[in-house]
Design a protein around this ligand. Structure first.
Ligand SMILES: Cc1cc2nc3c(=O)[nH]c(=O)nc-3n(C[C@H](O)[C@H](O)[C@H](O)COP(=O)(O)OP(=O)(O)OC[C@H]3O[C@@H](n4cnc5c(N)ncnc54)[C@H](O)[C@@H]3O)c2cc1C
Length: 511
């Protein structure tokens, strides 16, 4: 990216970005795009590698997703990054090789009829939920996604929001209202029946956030939007988006460097002082930053672990993250014996009190629909990912797998915020932490409204638009074509997984 005449302010500014996940990476990219050569970027990362919650692991010489795995067809920033960074999408899995099941902890209640969603399944599904309810549900979701997608055009024109309310009110005030009540209440207002609410919405919230339909109507709708059949991922791993964004942004990257404190510089009020600790435990103070962007979540444990920030953040000190324990196991499962051993099994649990949320066969990031046709099908031993709210051990694994299984990875992710059960009293942190100066931005604030890769990108773009506005620098369009078109196409396919999930439930209730 070269310097451009669009940059009307030639002063070079220095910005610290704390965190190298997709938020930090997107911030770096948008800053470089907006400020060209007139910005110096320093990125601090406490880990020894970039990516944060976008992570991969290697098994038998191939990469697999370990953290954030799937993207929605209307995730326009991630789509556009893919194009701009010359990355490719993972091949879509062959649905005839997949078997979906429903598990209640005691036994397998149901398996799908082989193909992901055959005619019989569809008929069952329509009978169970009712044709008009389904039609209405699809229309409601479409309207949610279309409203949500308005943000892209607005941000390209320089729109900034200083809090969550401004963001949602601008795209549709009804969305803000939905965020002030539970998903259950939102769906009831729309007159959806109990089955849609207690079955379909429940499975979506549990699968995506490990939480119940008591979460608010906005994050709940984001969850429901994930029930599509054309979710996608990146062939080289989703983490490679963050990696390439950072490479393209000419950032001074400081790995193994933990930021311990962020303060206004006492000697020069427009500058910020960052205190950080290097790998060899040296504490360094650098007061040369015009702006600081915090690109990681702030919550109780972070402050208890000696992270200090000068600004008013009392309300953040009680926030908590939801733990999702992720286990990768290679072995032969013995728990659900009725599942076909020649299919790739995706098992979802219905009851939040069960120790597992899902047990699913994994395919590599570079899965090739022709070459890998029979991967994890020929042999009863398969590579599984288990999500659990609880910490599992050998005793638990012995109940699921035949002796001889291998535990490949276990990671207790602090995966996403714990969304409060009373949405009207929830805290969505401020984006600008030092209101009077507007020089310390909290990019992950929006994660407390809903957590996913795309929200991280939207939030990063907002922070960069704010800094550009303050510095009087022209905001350049990011998108190369009308994203509205993509949304309309993609949403047409929204029904399949919804149908699958519902079918599973319908059979569960023996209807
Ligand atoms: C198991 C799992 C499954 C998920 N599935 C999906 C999915 O399918 N689709 C989806 O869209 N999203 C999914 N998510 C959520 C998604 O991964 C996250 O929303 C997104 O990756 C968050 O990115 P981030 O950059 O905002 O934060 P992070 O990825 O958490 O990055 C923050 C970075 O900051 C660093 N850091 C923290 N403190 C400091 C400090 N003091 N000094 C320096 N560095 C610091 C951290 O080491 C980290 O690298 C999933 C998450 C998990 C864990």
């Amino acid at each position: 990216m070269n310097a451009s005449s669009d940059v009307t302010n030639s002063k070079k500014i220095k910005i610290a970005i704390v965190g190298s996940g997709i938020s930090g990476a997107a911030n770096a990219y948008f800053l470089r795009q907006t400020f060209c050569d007139n910005v110096e970027l320093v990125m601090f990362e406490k880990a020894d590698k970039i990516g944060g919650r976008l992570a991969t692991f290697e098994f038998n010489g191939r990469l697999y997703e370990l953290g954030g795995s799937v993207l929605h067809p209307s995730n326009n920033y991630m789509h556009e990054f893919l194009e701009k960074l010359d990355l490719e999408k993972k091949d879509k899995e062959n649905s005839s090789k997949e078997a979906l099941g429903l598990f209640d902890g005691k036994g397998l209640l149901l398996k799908s009829s082989g193909r992901a969603f055959g005619l019989v399944d569809k008929i069952n599904f329509i009978q169970h939920f009712g044709f008009f309810q389904l039609f209405k549900f699809k229309k409601w979701l479409r309207s949610f996604i279309n409203d949500f997608s308005k943000i892209y055009g607005l941000q390209d024109k320089g729109f900034v929001f200083t809090n969550f309310e401004e963001f949602l009110t601008k795209i549709n005030p009804e969305l803000y209202k939905a965020s002030q009540k539970s998903l259950e209440a939102t769906l009831r207002e729309q007159k959806f029946n109990d089955r849609i609410i207690n079955q379909l919405a429940s499975i979506a919230c549990l699968t995506n956030y490990g939480q119940s339909i008591e979460i608010d109507g906005f994050v709940g709708s984001v969850s429901l939007a994930g029930l599509v059949d054309d979710l996608w991922a990146v062939k080289t791993g989703n983490r490679s988006v963050a990696k390439k964004l950072i490479e393209k942004s000419s950032v001074e990257l400081k790995l193994n460097t933990q930021v311990k404190g962020i303060y206004q510089d006492p000697s020069e009020s427009d500058k910020n002082l960052i205190v950080f600790e290097t790998e060899d435990k040296n504490e360094i103070r650098d007061n040369s930053f015009d702006y600081v962007i915090i690109a990681f979540p702030l919550y109780k444990d972070v402050f208890q672990n000696h992270f200090k920030i000068e600004f008013e953040i009392e309300d953040l000190k009680n926030l908590e993250m939801q733990i999702t324990n992720t286990y990768i196991i290679f072995g032969e499962q013995i728990l659900f014996t009725k599942m076909p051993s020649n299919k790739r099994i995706n098992l979802h649990c219905t009851d939040p009190s069960l120790p597992y949320r899902s047990i699913c066969v994994q395919l590599p990031c570079d899965y090739c629909i022709t070459k890998d046709r029979n991967l994890y099908m020929d042999s009863p031993e398969k590579l599984y990912k288990i999500f659990s709210d609880q910490r599992l051990d050998e005793k638990d694994f012995d109940k699921i797998f035949k002796q001889g299984y291998q535990v490949i990875e276990k990671i207790p992710w602090k995966a996403y915020p714990k969304y409060v059960k009373n949405p009207a009293i929830k805290t969505i942190p401020r984006i600008v932490l030092d209101k009077a100066r507007s020089r310390v931005f909290y990019s992950n604030s929006m994660e407390w409204s809903s957590s996913c890769m795309e929200i991280s990108c939207i939030s990063s773009r907002n922070v960069v638009n704010m800094i550009a506005t303050k510095e009087n620098v022209k905001i350049k369009p990011f998108f190369t074509k009308s994203k509205q078109i993509i949304n309309v196409h993609s949403i047409c396919k929204i029904s399949s997984i919804v149908l699958i999930a519902a079918f599973l439930y319908s059979s569960y209730y023996k209807l």
